[in-house]
Design a binder for this molecule. Structure first.
Ligand SMILES: [Zn+2]
Length: 216
């Protein structure tokens, strides 16, 4: 008799479902066996046979993939911003073209693009790689681009107490390119301005020039 229960192909030696769940939860915070069951159900619902050879490993594969794509739900981006150092640098710090992949929460389809983050420090400066790490963590959860942009800006304001923060995100949404209105090549741009970049037009144009300058 073949055991077709979800997870049986990934870990054939383990037959105890509860141990499976506990192990998955403790390693990633994501209940992978539950995803496996759901994916089997979706395959059956669209009229496929989840047990045919090509699909047999799919639920386990998708579960591992979701654990990776949504790992940001189980990691606090603030902890990376708390590793700042004190520096008497009071000019703009800008990191451009931080690439990311995220998952549109409306369609569970990926959107991907680049984030540009600029801030005007007030004594607290962060390692440049930490900015990329924060983008990564905020991206790896069910997301909408507008909220992603604002939450990165707010995190920087909260943790660095910067005089100004500017976050611009440009992304392509596969929910717009492969389905629905099907507009390949369309780019969605969002921005969040805080502090001086919000209140002072000259500061805002300066940061926007730094972000877009070389493209004009
Ligand atoms: Zn969408």
């Amino acid at each position: 008799m073949m055991d077709n229960s979800p997870g049986s192909h990934a870990r054939p030696a383990c037959t105890n479902g509860e141990d499976d769940i506990a192990a998955a939860l403790s390693t990633s915070g994501v209940d992978q066996p539950r995803i496996e069951r759901a994916v089997r159900e979706i395959l059956a619902a669209v009229g496929e046979d989840p047990d045919r050879e090509g699909l047999r490993e799919t639920p386990a594969r998708v579960a591992r993939m979701y654990a990776e794509l949504f790992s940001g739900l189980h990691d606090d981006p603030r902890q990376h911003l708390r590793k700042f150092f004190t520096e008497k640098y009071d000019e703009v710090v800008l990191v451009k073209n931080i690439s990311f992949n995220s998952m549109c929460e409306h369609h569970m389809l990926p959107f991907m693009g680049e984030a540009h983050i600029g801030y005007l420090p007030a004594g607290k400066v962060i390692g440049l790689s930490k900015l990329a790490r924060v983008v990564e963590l905020v991206a790896r959860r069910p997301q909408v681009q507008e909220r992603m942009t604002e939450s990165i800006a707010d995190l920087l304001v909260d943790e660095l107490e910067a005089k100004g923060v500017a976050v611009v995100i440009e992304a392509t949404h596969t929910c717009m390119t492969i389905r629905g209105i099907r507009k390949p090549g369309s780019l969605c741009v969002t921005s969040a301005m805080r502090g001086v970049f919000r209140s002072h037009l000259s500061s805002r144009s300066e940061i926007m020039n730094l972000i877009y300058g070389d493209r004009r």
